[in-house]
Design a protein around this ligand. Structure first.
Ligand code: SF4
Length: 240
């Protein structure tokens, strides 16, 4: 639909959401990759559920840019899993996104900012590096799902980000059962920390074991009201 690019962003998003409402995740991802070749990136933490979208993208277009945010605070197991999974799936364009070392030295000299100000730490190590990495792209894909937290309960398939890029969430309707079934059907290796009780896997200092059945947000920033790192902060509606 080439004329899509001529439409105001909000109208384009409304149209895409209507068009894709009843499609499978693969049915949503495939035309998006075809239409926006090399202008759309998959942003992945290589965490607990990440392999589902990584597998879909690898099956459809393995040269699709994958942006892996290496915060320098990840579990060692995540770094190993990232390499293993990328090889296993045949991903050909994984880009490691890291925080600016000079800014880390100035703002988090001791590496303990997460203990005093998690929002500032996430901004430094995740939000700013990702914003910079996304600058050449007009759209990105995320693995967010509605069941993960109350703040994601009404998550749309297509949204806009703060820079007014398209953001595609093809797994919005997926349940935990759907995720497990996909891993089993396609014989995809799981992150090694899952069997150790981590429902969702991010940075080591801020990720916790949680009782079975708890949603993903229960495994992060224990004792804080924070449920999002900031890369998915909502966008204020704007007229175009
Ligand atoms: Fe820092 Fe924790 Fe955010 Fe990672 S999750 S960037 S360690 S505050």
């Amino acid at each position: 639909m080439p004329y899509l690019n001529d439409m105001p962003l909000e109208a384009r998003i409304a149209l895409l959401n209507r068009r894709d409402a009843d499609k499978t995740a693969q049915g949503i991802v495939k035309p998006a990759l075809a239409l926006m070749t090399q202008k759309i990136a998959l942003v992945s933490s290589f965490g607990a559920d990440s392999a589902v979208l990584l597998h879909m993208v690898a099956q459809i277009a393995p040269r699709t840019p994958v942006l892996f945010i290496e915060t320098m605070k990840l579990f060692r197991a995540t770094s190993s899993y990232q390499k293993q999974l990328a090889n296993h799936l045949g991903l050909e364009n994984v880009n490691h996104i890291s925080p600016d070392p000079r800014r880390v030295f100035l703002q988090d000299t001791e590496g303990l900012l997460h203990q005093s100000n998690t929002d500032a730490c996430c901004t430094l190590r995740k939000v700013e590096p990702l914003q910079q990495a996304l600058s050449p792209f007009s759209a990105w894909i995320t693995g967010r799902k509605r069941h993960e937290s109350a703040t994601r309960a009404d998550l749309a398939i297509w949204k806009a980000d703060a820079a007014r890029r398209l953001k595609l969430n093809p797994l919005t309707h997926w349940s935990k059962h759907d995720i497990v079934a996909y891993f089993e059907t396609h014989n995809i290796p799981r992150h090694p920390l899952i069997e150790k009780g981590y429902p969702s896997i991010g940075c080591a200092p801020c990720t916790y074991r949680a009782p079975p059945g708890m949603n993903a947000s229960a495994g992060h920033w224990a004792g804080q009201s924070k449920t999002e790192c900031g890369i998915h902060l909502p966008v204020e509606p704007r007229n175009t």
